[in-house]
Write a protein that binds this ligand. Structure first.
Ligand code: NAD
Ligand code: UGA
Length: 451
């Protein structure tokens, strides 16, 4: 089959950028992204896109209206599809069995039912969302139960993009992973999906596996990345006790080519919608199979991350003479990382909430995430101020929570001049030069270094 019509259910951080790049690279294929959320779809049709992602608008503009479409008409679009990518959210369950750990597959299940109901031909259903290993089996059962006479071939094609670099990650992926059944129809569907990616990805980077390896590899990739962050963060705590410097330790170990340099930046902890959810899901799956030691091992990555966030707040309080009550503390950064407006699971949320509980007067600044911060901090007495200089005026302490380039380039002399004294700076991302700030007059507290 030559694929002519792709439909993607879910116009979020993955569905939107992924389909935009497929449409950009495959002008001969129509790509339609559908979503229940009308506001989101409307925003995709304008130049004020619903997510902030560098270079995304340029790509959207190349293809939108040509072979890239955004729509709320789910029924009509499924009816014409050759391939349906399912890219809906799979958050941690908040209720019932597995609450707080398992993935909530409600939205995935609903998509499968819609596909079964509205399909008008045999089609390929692609798991783009991150899912527990063996979800394809459940999807196959839903798709082939009931009234439909069509054949639905389920493939796993997890997404590895990172926010802030999504377009480059999609245009130049380290690899594309496609898992399917080892029978004839499975292999045929894999070949069809390989053909799509071959429009811009070289063959050696397209990896095909069985369905279960593909589903599991996505969870494992995120677990390994998060584990590196927790590992270096755990050592940052030891550095603060021993006068070792985490940047020096990180560099020293990273020059061992077996270890490598990436994901070794100590921080206030990892955030984002996926690391925690995917590790918790991995832990849940391991427990389900009775692998309690394996579950405990991965659980520790999340425990260490929670510890790193709390440790940061504890340090602020201890340093500021055991009380922050009625002191003005300015958080520079609220997004979970630089170059995104996304705040899901951002360490800043926990840190700001803990500071408010301690009755600090908290000001929050961020170049792209204040709209979301307003929502996250709803009901809390926090001031949101985009201009970092204004936000820091009269502050007793400044905490850097997101590694925005703009915060590396600030005029810290000017900030210091307008702060209360003694002026403290807690650099939760190690982006400023502690010596330079110390010379200005700040009391400087980086992560994993002597103060
Ligand atoms: P998101 O919340 O930004 O987007 C999901 C969209 O799906 C929402 O707009 C929602 O309205 C829509 N949706 C839900 N149920 C629907 C239904 N039945 N019909 C139509 N639309 C429906 O989520 P996201 O960040 O794009 O993540 C999607 C999946 O991709 C998750 O499984 C996530 O783990 C995975 N993932 C995310 C990233 C990332 O960087 N955010 C990277 C790789 C993988
Ligand atoms: C991550 C993975 O990198 C992607 O491959 C994956 O597709 C995605 O999750 C997903 O499944 O959602 P993302 O969460 O967008 O991407 O961003 P990362 O760059 O991985 O950063 C995650 C968190 O770790 C951020 O809070 C970041 O600040 C933190 N981090 C990262 C550190 O604290 N130190 C580091 O050295 C690296």
């Amino acid at each position: 089959m030559s694929i002519k019509e792709i439909v993607c259910i879910g116009a979020g951080y993955v569905g939107g950028p992924t389909m935009s790049v497929i449409a950009e690279k495959c002008p001969h294929i129509n790509v339609t992204v559908v979503d229940l959320n009308e506001d989101r779809i409307k925003a995709w049709q304008t130049d004020d896109l619903p997510i902030y992602e560098p270079e995304l608008l340029d790509v959207v503009k190349v293809a939108r209206g040509r072979n890239l479409f955004f729509s709320t008409e789910i029924e009509k679009n499924i009816a014409k599809a050759d391939v349906v990518f399912v890219s809906v959210n799979t958050p941690t369950k908040t209720f019932g069995k597995g609450a707080g750990v398992a993935a909530n597959l409600e939205f995935i299940g609903k998509c499968a039912r819609s596909i079964r109901k509205y399909a008008k031909r045999d089609l390929i259903v692609v798991e783009k969302s991150t899912l527990p290993v063996r979800t394809a089996e459940a999807l196959e059962k839903i798709l082939h139960s009931g009234e439909s006479d069509y054949h639905f071939e389920v493939l796993s094609n997890p997404e590895f993009l990172a926010e802030g670099t999504a377009i480059n990650d999609l245009q130049n992926p380290d690899r594309v992973l496609i898992g399917g059944r080892e029978n004839e129809t499975g292999q045929k569907a894999i070949a069809d999906l390989v053909e799509i990616y071959s429009n811009w990805v070289s063959p050696e980077k397209i990896l095909t596996t069985n369905t279960w390896s593909s589903e599991l590899s996505k969870l494992v990739a995120n677990a390994f990345l998060a584990q590196r962050v927790s590992s270096i963060n755990s050592i940052s705590a030891l550095c603060e006790k021993t006068e070792a410097d985490i940047t020096e330790v990180s560099k020293a170990i990273s020059m061992d080519s077996r270890i490598g340099a990436k994901f070794l930046n100590a921080s206030v902890g990892f955030g984002g919608s996926c690391f925690k959810k995917d590790i918790l899901n991995l832990v849940y799956i391991c427990r389900h199979y009775g692998l309690n030691e394996v579950a405990d091992y991965w659980d520790q990555v999340v425990i260490m991350n929670d510890y790193q966030q709390t440790r940061f707040v504890d340090k602020i309080i201890a340093t500021m003479f055991n009380t922050v009550s009625d002191k003005k503390i300015t958080a520079l950064g609220f997004a979970f990382k630089a170059n995104t407006g996304d705040t899901r699971e951002s360490p800043a949320i926990i840190i700001v909430k803990q500071l408010v509980e301690e009755r600090a007067r908290v000001y929050v600044s961020d170049p792209k995430a204040l709209k979301q911060a307003k929502h996250d901090l709803d009901g809390l007495d926090v001031v949101l101020e985009e201009d970092p200089y204004e936000a820091c005026k009269g502050a007793d302490a400044v905490c850097i929570l997101t590694e925005w380039q703009a915060y590396k380039d600030l005029d810290y002399k000017k900030i210091y001049a307008n702060m209360n004294k003694p002026a403290f700076i807690f650099d939760g991302r190690n982006i400023i030069n502690p010596q330079e700030l110390y010379e200005i007059g700040f009391n400087v507290y980086p992560i994993g270094k002597a103060a």
